[in-house]
Design a protein around this ligand. Structure first.
Ligand SMILES: [Zn+2]
Length: 122
């Protein structure tokens, strides 16, 4: 997904955070809003934003339901099974702990900015 789509999804989730996370919303909201503000200001915080959105099953589910293009921004996945079990594939640098989550198969896997090697699936 593009940066703007990610920001749009993040904003939508921020507005709905109490319903998505309950009491935990108070802990997540300030971090999410700060990252969204920085992303809109053009700062390279995409990886942090994606990591935050992948942190909890409820958030992953909320991202996925918004990615699916549901106009109602449905909170719960209608498919059978536990939608919370879905997680975006994670990539790490073989030389350090840099990590990145791939929410969209069309996204190119980045290189570690410290070691200049491709991040590897794990
Ligand atoms: Zn590295």
């Amino acid at each position: 997904m593009g940066d703007q789509e990610l920001i749009n999804i993040g904003r939508s989730i921020a507005q709905d955070l109490d319903r998505i996370l309950g009491a935990a919303a108070a802990e997540v909201r300030p971090r999410l809003v700060e990252l969204l503000d920085r992303a809109e200001a053009g700062e390279p915080v995409r990886a942090e934003l994606v990591a935050l959105l992948a942190e909890r099953a409820e958030l992953r589910r909320a991202v996925r339901s918004r990615q699916a293009g549901d106009q109602q921004y449905r909170l719960y996945d209608p498919l059978p099974g536990d939608p919370g079990a879905w997680a975006p594939p994670r990539y790490v640098c073989p030389n350090c702990d840099q990590e990145w989550y791939r929410f969209d198969a069309g996204e190119a896997v980045p290189r570690c900015d410290q070691h200049d090697v491709p991040l590897e699936p794990c």
